[in-house]
Design a protein. Structure first.
Length: 360
């Protein structure tokens, strides 16, 4: 049996594609182990899959001046030493990295040990962690055709993003039961990502009374971001984070309001869920979600509301958000039809073949 080490973390988006690959990896005869941070979200998600998990030190690589950049250099160096030690013990045939800062020490250590490394970049342009990691990569998978030009010649493979197959098997009835919803009003699912989305949350709260006149709202608000004062509102249900039941929440949703992380929007496309994307502002990111959302808007898969338009002069433009949600619902069949015509291929088999090809 061959061995593979998976790595990636920091947010669920750097973990769930790895989880999506696991059943096919097992079927292909690979023994799986995972290297992530000590207490990141990846630890919780991977241990729930009964996969052997190894925690290492991890530092954030910032694109701005900060005193923490200095201390985090030492955390990264410590992580490289720890990853090297783990790889020496595990002796994997190949490493697959989904990105995030915790993956950098693992990829660098694998490169040092001459272990083949395949990395996956979901966004339109490579993030800082993957830009560092790609120097040691044997192959680089990407999600958008536009991304290929940003990758080293000869290493790029257009694969798409692995989608958890269980998401396609959700139950509307189970979702409604979990939320206490009925069949009388359509359901809006609001997804801010595993860590939540402060401005999206605030905007939803701002228009909640008006929303609940015509819709039921299931709100994934992020860890530590639940608001108890809204807990008893009829037709409204909030969760910090959902894993196992996510397939049922997607199944019951008529429309989705979401951030524009690449994995999230690829799931929405696979599920053919009409969606309003609110990409993370360039003020708070490198702008990757803006590019992702622009691509999906141009293909006719999504409506897009810029966060800078949602929050102007520190004031929430709730009426604008409500207008876009209503527009999305009214035109939902058109979005479903367009997404149904998408030629996006199943990426799992393509990536598994690459893993087989580059295993030692």
């Amino acid at each position: 049996m061959k061995k593979i080490v998976l790595t990636g973390g920091g947010t669920a988006g750097h973990v769930t594609p790895n989880i999506a690959l696991m059943p096919s990896l097992v079927e292909a005869g690979y023994e799986i182990e995972y290297i992530g941070s000590y207490n990141g979200i990846e630890k919780q998600l991977i241990e729930a899959e009964n996969v052997k998990y190894h925690g290492i030190s991890s530092g954030k690589l910032r694109r701005y001046l900060s005193a923490k950049n200095i201390s985090d250099i030492f955390r990264v160096l410590k992580g490289i030493v720890q990853a090297n030690r783990q790889l020496r013990k595990i002796k994997p045939d190949v490493v697959f990295s989904k990105g995030g800062f915790v993956s950098v020490p693992v990829v660098l250590a694998a490169g040092h040990r001459h272990i083949p490394v395949i990395i996956h970049e979901s966004d339109m342009t490579p993030g800082l962690a993957n830009r560092i990691a790609m120097k040691k990569a044997t192959a680089i998978c990407c999600n958008f055709p536009e991304t290929v030009k940003y990758l080293p010649a000869g290493k790029a493979h257009l694969t798409g993003s692995p989608i958890r197959q269980e998401l396609l098997k959700g139950s509307k009835e189970a979702g409604r039961k979990l939320c206490g919803f009925n069949e009388e009003k359509p359901i809006v699912l609001v997804v801010g990502g595993s860590t939540g989305a402060k401005h999206v949350n605030e905007a939803i709260y701002d228009i909640l009374p008006e929303l609940l006149e015509n819709y039921q709202v299931c709100h994934l608000c992020g860890k530590g971001k639940k608001e108890s004062k809204y807990e008893t509102l009829p037709g409204y249900r909030q969760f910090e984070y959902i894993s196992e039941e996510m397939k049922d929440l997607f199944a019951m949703a008529d429309i989705v309001v979401s951030r524009a992380g690449a994995n999230a929007i690829c799931e929405l496309l696979a599920l053919k869920k009409p969606n309003l994307l609110i990409p993370l502002s360039a003020k708070a990111s490198r702008g990757d979600q803006i590019l992702n959302a622009k691509s999906f808007k141009e293909h006719g898969y999504s409506l897009v509301l810029d966060e800078d338009d949602l929050i102007k002069d520190d004031k929430i433009q709730g009426a604008l958000l409500l207008e876009q949600i209503n527009k999305l619902y009214e035109n939902r069949e058109e979005f479903i039809k367009t997404m149904g015509e998408s030629k996006q291929a199943d990426s799992i088999s393509t990536i598994i073949e690459l893993i087989k090809k580059y295993s030692k």
